[in-house]
Design a protein around this ligand. Structure first.
Ligand code: OGA
Ligand code: MN
Length: 290
């Protein structure tokens, strides 16, 4: 088949389909979706009806191995019994809304910082597949930033300056900037990882900035200099014209490439209004298929 893509933003993001991802098993269609990801960085699929198991199974078919070393696993047991299925919701195991003081809520508030999923691990996350099950009537949107256009619109001197830099990513660091502290035992399970600041991968001829609120320091640089550079690059990458805001509908499955985008959740009245999404993230390993 030939899968239609409709652009939702001038530089990235497209809506794909109509298509029911439960039915996508053939390599040709999977390859079309991967090519769409390489081109657009974010794809929106409407009206998806995947169960949790089907969601996990699709992520495996699509991209292979799954990320399960989440930061949340050290804070609370996964309520679905599968660490590859990340609970992006504001409810606890009993189905009740989490209160202001709940540590799981305070942990998840950091999704409101600009980030890429699992950049604090090695291998880091490649694709994230986020499925909306319950969404509030009022906006509780997710924003995405186009990190390839961000790279391309840097001044030439800046491109030259950052070309070979490497960055340490730590979820303990990003949480700490909001006043959330892991215990020493928790932090020991989350040492962080080092990744290049400028990346290019096989499917794209374009370079991308690889940044996140997890970015704690530039390897070999003094802390203040490194943090200021990271902050300047993040400000550059999140200018309004480089940002797409996704307004969720129930059944939306949004897939983003963590190598070419950053994202953040927007605030809503989360202690009184229910919002439930589930995410599966794949690992950025070499792909076996051609
Ligand atoms: C995520 C995430 C943002 C949101 O699922 O990785 O950051 O709006 N979600 O829930
Ligand atoms: Mn995220």
């Amino acid at each position: 088949m030939s899968l239609p893509f409709r652009k939702l933003h001038p530089t990235f993001v497209a809506e794909a389909g109509p298509i029911d991802l439960r039915d996508v098993h053939d390599e040709a269609t999977l390859a079309e979706i991967r090519a769409g990801m390489d081109e657009y960085g974010v794809l929106v699929f409407r009206d998806q009806k995947l169960t949790d198991d089907e969601h996990v199974a699709f992520a495996r078919r699509f991209d292979g191995e799954l990320h399960a070393k989440t930061g949340s696993r050290v804070v609370a047991k996964n309520r679905f019994g599968n660490e590859a299925l990340t609970d992006i919701s504001n409810v606890g195991a009993d189905g009740e809304l989490l209160g202001y003081e709940d540590r799981r809520r305070q942990y998840s508030l950091a999704n409101r910082l600009w980030h890429t999923d699992a950049s604090f691990e090695d291998p880091p996350g490649r694709y994230s597949l986020l499925l909306a099950r319950v969404v509030p009537e009022n906006a509780a949107d997710t924003e995405f930033a186009d990190m390839r256009t961000a790279y391309e619109t840097l001044p030439a001197e800046m491109k030259a300056r950052i070309e070979d830099l490497r960055v340490h990513h730590s979820i303990a660091y990003s949480r700490q900037t909001l006043g959330f502290e892991f215990t020493p035992e928790e932090a020991a399970q989350l040492p962080g990882a080092i990744h290049p600041l400028v990346r290019r991968f096989a499917g794209s001829s374009r370079k991308s900035l690889y940044l996140a609120s997890h970015a704690s320091r530039i390897v070999g640089w003094p802390l203040p200099d490194g943090r200021l550079l990271i902050q300047d690059l993040r400000d550059h990458a999140t200018q309004p014209q480089l940002v797409y805001k996704h307004k969720w509908r129930v059944g939306d499955l949004v897939i983003w490439d963590n190598r070419t985008t950053m994202h953040r959740a927007r605030p809503f009245d989360d202690t009184t209004v229910r919002r439930e999404l589930r995410r599966v993230t794949t690992l950025d390993l070499e792909r076996a298929t051609a």
